[in-house]
Design a protein around this ligand. Structure first.
Ligand code: NAD
Ligand code: TYD
Length: 343
């Protein structure tokens, strides 16, 4: 492994992974391949922009010709695929791009891996492919996939295609399924950065339904360390869950955020729930632990660190929240917040 193509590397987790890998492996070259959708942001990669081992290609993973030309140009031997449309609420509003990128785009990358005989293809997947998990249970890698949102279904489809290429063509693949990541550079549509930035501005935090849904919030660098481990020590054809093993209610997450940012509790506003909302995700992480990894942060530590990062980095998020985001926010929350206020 020497020349790694990181697709979706200008997004939240991808950019954290790129910075982490360039720092950790002085002999690796990283080629970020990213379409720069609304969620892609070159500001995330400013820290490495002068690094000669870092290259950037603005292109779509569905464009097979440009994928092939990039692999040839940079002598790529490994693909790590982060590229995806990633927000459940947007997938409910309009699933089209989710299907294009995760289903067709993953197929394009797998075909390129086959054609160029690459050393490794690694797929970044999610705990959402397992669907809602009842209390008292955790998902194992061998469990059935029961995705319930268009986003989760697009990610599950990609996992199935990756597995098919392993079985049919013997492609050297691995898959990791991460729980909810939080940390620097997360687009403020996801709950923790949305609530942190709203709270900083004394705006309402729109909690869906009763707020007692649970998620496994993990710090993004912990996730990057586990992906690194799977890339170097993972068994081909295998899937690894990555999380904390502990889920937390959204209301608890909100309490921690408000306390960290020293904001009043009345900012919390219950609003109409998300359709098809998965109440709980929970991962069994014994397989990745057995490979030699464990999370360094609890969910609470991750939330505190993330809230502090948003408080210290207004330069990063204020310009995002003033653009396309405003239209999205009105479409997603405008009526819900007005209805909740009039109740
Ligand atoms: P993100 O939305 O912040 O970034 C996605 C990146 O992919 C953006 O830079 C975007 O420009 C790029 N992209 C989208 N479509 C593309 C295309 N067709 N061609 C090239 N680039 C394209 O997402 P994220 O939160 O960093 O998630 C990264 C990956 O991790 C995704 O595959 C996601 O499903 C998975 N994942 C995310 C989480 C989480 O909590 N955020 C948890 C588990 C798994
Ligand atoms: P989100 O960050 O969208 O991630 P996921 O893909 O896991 O749904 O949401 C995390 C949790 O927070 C989920 O239970 C939905 C809830 N949520 C809200 O209550 N309000 C919001 O405005 C958002 C975006 C999410």
């Amino acid at each position: 492994m020497k020349n790694i193509l990181v697709t979706g590397g200008a997004g939240f987790i991808g950019s954290n992974f790129v910075i982490y890998m360039l720092q950790k492996y002085p002999e690796y070259n990283i080629i970020v391949y990213d379409k720069l959708t609304y969620a892609g942001n070159r500001d995330n990669l400013l820290e490495v922009s002068d690094e000669p081992r870092y290259h950037f290609v603005k292109a779509d993973i569905c464009d097979a010709e440009t994928v092939a030309a990039t692999i040839s140009k940079y002598d790529v031997d490994t693909i790590v695929n982060f590229a995806a449309e990633t927000h459940v609420d947007r997938s409910i509003m309009d699933p089209d791009a989710f299907i294009q990128t995760s289903v067709y785009g993953t197929y394009v990358l797998l075909e390129a891996t086959r054609k160029f005989n690459l050393e490794r293809y690694h797929q970044i997947s999610t705990d959402e492919v397992y669907g809602h998990i009842p209390y008292g249970r955790s998902s194992k890698e061998t469990d059935n996939l029961e995705p319930r949102s268009p986003y989760a279904a697009s990610k599950a489809s990609a996992d199935l295609m990756v597995n098919a290429y392993f079985v049919t063509y013997g492609l050297p693949v691995t898959i990791t399924r991460g729980s909810n990541n939080i940390g620097p550079f997360q687009y403020p549509e996801k709950v923790v950065p949305l609530f942190a930035t709203n709270a900083i501005d004394y705006e309402k935090l729109p909690v869906y339904g009763d707020g007692r849904q649970t998620r496994e919030y993990q710090y993004v660098i912990d996730h990057c360390e586990a992906i690194d481990l799977v890339l170097h020590k993972g068994k081909l054809g295998e899937i690894y869950n990555i999380g904390t093993g502990l889920d937390m209610e959204n209301l608890t997450m909100v309490e921690i955020l408000l306390k960290t940012l020293d904001r009043p509790r009345d900012l919390l506003q219950h609003v109409a729930d998300r359709p098809g909302h998965d109440r709980r995700y929970s991962l069994d992480i014994s397989k990745i632990k057995a490979l030699g990894w464990q999370p360094r942060h609890s969910a609470e530590e991750a939330i505190i660190k993330t809230a502090q990062w948003y408080a210290d980095n207004e330069w990063w998020w204020r310009k995002i929240k003033s653009g396309e985001f405003k239209k999205y926010y009105e479409a997603q929350y405008g009526a819900r917040l007005r209805d909740a206020a009039s109740e």
